[in-house]
Design a protein around this ligand. Structure first.
Ligand SMILES: Cc1ncc(COP(=O)(O)O)c(C=O)c1O
Length: 398
């Protein structure tokens, strides 16, 4: 049976490829007495969400409305809580009725937005490397994809001046995301200001994926809500997955220009009935009463980052210190390149020989080739164990 061209164009995603490798390892492990898997390949954390949030979810689970379909009107208490959080967090007043939209995770929003904004064949610009749903959403909408390549030698700063006016006029949408996964750079508000200015001038929708807004070690996270112009051409995506460690619960939201929020809502009305009310109760509790939770989470990641940086320096692997939490973005070591490894084969061999799973950078786009992403999602002792295993493998190979 043939499937659509867009499925072929999507290809196998980086996390699917990781998953296959990890499953293969698990099978080998049970047959060959290999060490347990230490999975540092996914931004899915072991850190607990606030107890109060879990209690709020638990308390509302038994109510019959929690198991009912949830239409947009019923999401109002959630949207109002978002408006309160935004006002405290950014000093910006948003209209909870027309400028806020509940999402089933921010990924759902960035993946569906192109369907709401673009006609088939329209052009969208993504950063390269970037989070896979940015490219994937454009493919699902049959869009033409342009890439703005981020370079290590430019500190991963998007170089807007490399785009001509003619190119900018062709664009219908730009998808940005700082703090940036996978390069682990917080980025700068001026970068986003520039993108927003471009958006207004060239009539391009600026989408900003911002799930790490409260997880910066240094500097403040940029936000579209700080840019004049977002109410005309902007939409920003937030998440409860990272700051409140609620990834599996699939809770996110968008804030943006009314026509964009309305169009995305209409796409979603075909696709889903929103997240369960019980989970929304948890999100309301997080936003209103546990808004400082991400600060504690950040402290834990800071300790893990320091553990990891120390181990890497002992190994002789020069890795830039990340300015945001959760990830290390690690260049393929010189010896590995010389021995013929690329990021994909390096990650595969490391997993096979040590049980430590990393993500190859090229999975986030060609701009991530020869880099590897390590997620700090295990406790200190397991991280140390991972680096110990890496060390023996490193010395055998280098
Ligand atoms: C940039 C970016 N956007 C979105 C997501 C997914 O977030 P959510 O769980 O809210 O869908 C991730 C997860 O790693 C991410 O790094």
């Amino acid at each position: 049976m043939s499937v659509s061209r867009r499925i072929n164009r999507l290809g196998l995603g980086v996390f699917e490829r990781n998953d296959i490798r990890k499953q293969t390892y698990q099978v080998c492990k049970s047959n060959n007495d290999l060490p347990s898997l230490l999975d540092l390949s996914l931004g899915s954390t072991d850190i607990k969400p606030p107890d109060t949030v879990l209690h709020a979810i638990k308390n509302s689970l038994a109510q019959s409305k929690s198991s009912a379909y949830c239409l947009h009107a019923a999401t109002e208490p959630f949207r109002e809580s978002v408006a309160i959080w935004v006002s405290k967090r950014f000093g910006v007043n948003v209209d909870p009725y027309e400028e806020v939209l509940l999402l089933i995770g921010s990924q759902e929003g960035t993946a569906h937005l192109p369907l709401a904004v673009l006609n088939s064949g329209d052009t969208g610009l993504i950063l390269d490397p970037s989070y896979p749903s940015h490219r994937g959403g454009l493919i699902l909408a049959d869009a033409h994809i342009e890439k703005l390549v981020l370079k290590a030698e430019e500190d991963w700063k998007p170089n807007f001046h490399s785009l001509t006016n003619a190119q900018l006029d062709q664009l219908k949408m730009i998808i940005f995301g700082f703090p940036h996964n996978p390069t682990a750079q917080v980025g700068d508000q001026t970068w986003l200001d520039e993108a927003m200015k471009c958006g207004v001038k060239h009539e391009v929708v600026i989408a900003h994926d911002n799930p790490y807004v409260d997880l910066c070690f240094e500097y403040n996270a940029p936000s579209l809500l700080n840019c004049p112009g977002w109410r005309e051409w902007g939409i920003e995506f937030f998440s409860l997955s990272k700051g409140w460690c609620l990834g599996g619960f699939r809770l996110g939201f968008a804030i943006g220009a009314k026509p964009l929020i309305n169009a995305l809502r209409r796409v979603k009305s075909v696709v889903d009935f929103n997240q369960s009310l019980a989970l929304q109760e948890g999100a309301i509790e997080a936003l209103l009463n546990s808004s400082s939770w991400p600060k504690q989470v950040l402290e834990t990641y800071k300790q893990r980052r320091d553990t990891a940086m120390k181990a890497l320096s002992q190994l002789g692997w020069k890795v830039p210190v990340p300015s945001m939490a959760m990830y290390l973005w690690m260049p393929l070591p010189y010896w590995a390149k010389k021995s013929g490894f690329n990021d994909e084969t390096f990650a595969a061999d490391l997993l096979k020989k040590t049980g430590v799973a990393l993500t190859p950078g090229s999975g986030f786009g060609q701009g991530g080739s020869d880099w590897l992403r390590l997620a700090l999602v295990l406790p200190k002792d397991q991280l140390e164990e991972a680096f110990m295993r890496m060390e023996s493998w490193w010395h055998v190979n280098s």
